[in-house]
Design a protein around this ligand. Sequence first.
Ligand code: AMP
Length: 598
Amino acid sequence: MAIESQVSTPLGPPACEKDAKALEFIEEMTRNTDAVQERLLAEILSRNAETEYLRRFRLKGATDRDTFKANVPVVTYEDLQPEIQRIANGDRSPILSSHPISEFLTSSGTSAGERKLMPTIHEELDRRQKLYSLLMPVMNLYVPGLDKGKGLYFLFVKAETKTPGGLLARPVLTSYYRSEHFKTRPYDPYNVYTSPNEAILCVDSFQSMYTQMLCGLIMREEVLRVGAVFASGLLRAIRFLQLNWQQLAHDISTGTLNPKITEPSLREVISKLVKPNTQLSEFITKECSEDNWEGIITRIWPNTKFLDVIVTGAMAQYIPTLDYYSAGLPLSCTMYASSECYFGLNLKPMSTPSEVTYTIMPNMAYFEFLPHEPNAPALSRDSPPRLVDLADVEVGKEYELIITTYAGLNRYRVGDILQVTGFYNAAPQFRFIRRKNVLLSIDSDKTDEAELQKAIENATALIKEFNTSVVEYTSYADTKSIPGHYVIYWELLVKDPANSPTDDVLNQCCLAMEESLNTVYRQGRVADNSIGPLEIRVVKNGTFEELMDYAISRGASINQYKVPRCVNFTPIMELLDSRVVSVHFSPAAPHWTPERRR
Ligand code: AMP
């Protein structure tokens, strides 16, 4: 509830003293967007003036926007790869940043099949922490009483590796959860989790999920919000409950802990929490043994006010399933962030997913915007693109996000396309439109057209000896099952029907495709269990011609018609599925190790 003595901020009456400060900070940043950006760029440029990278562009000590824009090129990860590789190999000279690179954050975006390595510096943790500290004060404006209970959040760490030069390489959230900022965070009644740190920090994904679910069940009546980072993660937790509720109910009934929980510090903490509770165990058994799991989240956690998961962008595909399991609880998307940099937050966290906008905070990095014109010619160094500043973007227009960070990314293309929906004070608010070049995505995997094409080529090598080729293909991210999986539709040309590829060969084609896909996909299949086996659906000859006829009947031009390499429009799916002649699944998991191959 709002505190009496506190003056209301323009965003609303703060719930407590701490919230008032956070809301004031948001006001200050959003009112002074342009000045903050100008100052921040000057700070980055003066601090990194002597880096090898910036020296190349002869800024001669200038720290203003015009000189910066006129001299420093817009780049992609591939452009920076040589510098990043040198840092990874152990070169400690100031190449990109004057402050030492403290570790690499492994993005779910890939380059040549491997995760991108994003350089970061120690102080970035403070910047991320600052953004996190703004989320609850905003949420408290919309949902009162969150200090009266807990949040059941399924949070996980992932495998870490070291680069040849000895720097850690790990996902940004793993880095954050392992930091002192997270582990020794001060008690905040508005932000209490059911999961102990030991459960979140356990690298074994089964033990981590099991204990987090167990704690969530034990504290079921205290739970006021349920969440995960992305929608796919929360659905994986529901699937986990479907598969493991008997053992969980057994632990609760007997007050013992599943022997599969072997991590000593985790066992110690969780054992203290599990007490025999027959009533709770019977309740879980009754609810979970029902065939109908509709509304299971609200049945088990009846005081849940909202689900806190990102459902914008690729995650929008999970909204119907989340609605089903939660009986339509509000979905809250609180922030927009990446391994390169955390960007901003949603100032109206209870808005419906289609209306979600993110306000980029001008203190996080220097932001520029490349007007997104799908048919514009590729960028060239001779005709530099006109980039717009954060305060100058126009409502209704779409832009590609370009960032300059303290850690040494200069005018770096993130690959996200955003649309301006309006302003809060002088800060623009953006709808996340999509990530460029992503065809298929189930969890954090992102597969582009070139990767899919390569995977198809590799798989078709197996059917060559049967005198068979793939004449056309398309794909679909099937998220109806949990975990979701890739479906590839193939139309085959079988030249020798007496010797056509066997079922087994086509199953092997599924695996060959998986082996060719990038490391994030394979990690999802092998380590995280967040992606199911790839499926090939062989369709009747002539199906893709029918697909073209359908598109033309709806107004596509015959001359310009291209087979869509990914589909999700219901009539097209129905057409394809009605022509399926055989279905094949990958018979095994592809290879994956945390180590990089390059
Ligand atoms: P990563 O580099 O693996 O951390 O992934 C970061 C990317 O995830 C961003 O560049 C976006 O494409 C996507 N992403 C992050 N937050 C959101 C969000 N709130 N809504 C939609 N997409 C998001």
